[in-house]
Design a protein around this ligand. Structure first.
Ligand SMILES: Cc1cc2nc3c(=O)[nH]c(=O)nc-3n(C[C@H](O)[C@H](O)[C@H](O)COP(=O)(O)OP(=O)(O)OC[C@H]3O[C@@H](n4cnc5c(N)ncnc54)[C@H](O)[C@@H]3O)c2cc1C
Length: 437
């Protein structure tokens, strides 16, 4: 199959590349970025810290992906049990908070438990109309409004009443009444997070997993697809080059892909309705390792800008200079629901202030690294318009013979393994279509 093009060089592109090459097809990969790997890229700073584009660990349950990643780093990865906790109005509680209410103010615990009892004895609810209905049916109003609805507004940038439940999967833990009561009466004993263990390359950050793929696929960087003509089967790049394709697979975000296609107005309008969060990542390096007992932490308070904190040196100690610790902080925005008003770099002092306020940073700590960057496409926002809008866009892309894959092509809440497998499926669809012609 000559002229097979894959747009992107991240996990989805890797999956497509592997599937094609397994059948003897050698696709050409193009990425607009000047670095490889999309979201899975890692960067080493001059002062010796390795930060991923955004915090990344692998917690895949797919044997195929586990073996692939392990082989990619010759088995040189760290494997650990995850520790996750939550900051709520001056209290630290384990995650998921609904199963570990112990230590929170008594009146709050009491109200959450009374709600849990009511929920446990209520008749099975009908299919929820939105995410808030699902939360209230699962936890009752008190916990919903104090915890997941509050956090969700910070993370998804929109309230749960405007979101669907398509994306939930195992993400939100639903304890039995017995678990809820036990967790309220005594300090935690076991982990209940949907992620229990993680793997992370010992050297070089998450990107090390992709190095063998980069070496084999040799993606062409700095090539932004700026126009696609599906009739002539041509992609035009920002460099002026025009490449003809027989088959095209894209891992671009759907709104970006539609922008460069001659799509009808209704498809353009549907793509414009698709919402995705942006993430400002603030990377901080400190002259101390014992910054946190948890690998990552969720911050619920609305007057604290930081949303989630992760500690790269707890994934692999090789990510920081000896004796140092690091924290990677996520702050979320979206054009549709919460436009960003602060310049990216101006988040650094705000986040440092947050970290002091929650007690993670001490006055005597020396901050040896501080930087910030923007992830323009972070998490798909599953608002009530997303499903029909994505369906319309996908229908159009199928009609012009373009296969999409990955988190932003399939428009799903994908982790790295899902994106890889999605790339494989897209390549398979292309090859199946060839056979059946
Ligand atoms: C903050 C954050 C934390 C995450 N943490 C985890 C985690 O801990 N574990 C986990 O498994 N998953 C995690 N994920 C999810 C994971 O990053 C994604 O599922 C996966 O990396 C997506 O891969 P992809 O190939 O689909 O997309 P991408 O990696 O975004 O690849 C798309 C590529 O397309 C390129 N591109 C865009 N426009 C053009 C154009 N016009 N022309 C050419 N190229 C273009 C981009 O430069 C990019 O390289 C996280 C995601 C985020 C945002």
């Amino acid at each position: 199959m000559s002229g097979t093009i894959v747009l992107g060089s991240g996990m989805a592109a890797w999956g497509a590349f592997d599937r094609f090459t397994a059948e003897g097809v050698q696709p050409q990969l193009f990425d607009k970025a000047t670095f490889l790997g999309g979201h899975t890229a890692s960067f080493r700073s001059e002062d010796g810290f390795v930060f991923d584009d955004g915090p990344h660990i692998s917690f895949t349950k797919s044997d195929e992906v586990r073996e692939l990643l392990a082989a990619a780093v010759d088995g040189d990865f760290v494997e650990g049990r995850v520790q996750v906790d939550n900051y709520y109005e001056g209290h630290w509680v384990k995650h998921p908070a609904i199963a570990y209410l112990h230590g929170l103010p008594t009146d709050l615990v009491q109200r959450c438990l009374l709600d849990l009892i009511e929920v446990a004895t209520a008749p099975e609810p009908e299919r929820p109309a939105n995410f808030r209905d699902w939360l209230v049916a699962s936890y009752g109003e008190t916990f919903t409004d104090r915890f997941p609805a509050r956090y969700g507004r910070k993370y998804h940038t929109v309230g749960p009443e405007l979101m669907n439940t398509d994306w939930l999967g195992p993400r939100l833990y639903r304890p039995s009444l017995e678990e809820g009561i036990a967790g309220a009466l005594a300090p935690p004993s076991e982990e209940k997070h949907y992620i229990t263990s993680f793997r992370y390359p010992r050297q070089g950050g998450f990107q090390s997993y992709l190095e063998p793929f980069f070496a084999r696929s040799q993606p062409t960087l700095g090539h932004e697809a700026v126009a696609i003509d599906p009739e002539r089967q041509e992609v035009t790049f920002n460099t002026g080059e025009v490449v003809t394709y027989a088959h095209l697979i894209s891992s671009l975000p759907l709104p970006e892909l539609i922008r460069i296609l001659p799509a009808p107005e209704e498809v353009r309008a549907a793509a414009a309705r698709l919402a995705c969060s942006q993430c400002v990542i603030v990377n901080i390096g400190v002259d101390r390792e014992d910054l946190s007992p948890a690998h990552w932490r969720y911050i619920y308070d609305e007057d604290i800008t930081s949303v989630r904190l992760s500690h790269p040196h707890m994934f692999s100690e090789q990510t920081t200079p000896p004796g140092h610790g690091a924290v990677q902080v996520e702050v979320y925005y979206s054009d549709k629901y919460k436009p960003r008003e602060l310049a990216v770099d101006d988040h650094v002092p705000v986040v440092l202030d947050d970290l002091r306020r929650i007690g993670m940073l001490r006055e005597e700590d020396t901050v040896v690294h501080a930087s910030a960057h923007l992830i323009p496409y972070a998490n798909v926002i599953f608002d009530l318009e997303s499903r029909p809008s994505a369906a319309l866009v996908h229908e159009y892309l199928t009609s012009v013979g373009i296969e999409v894959c990955g988190r932003y092509g399939d428009w799903g809440y994908y982790w790295t393994d899902d994106s890889y497998l999605s790339g494989q499926r897209a390549a398979q669809r292309v090859m199946d279509a060839q056979v059946s012609v």
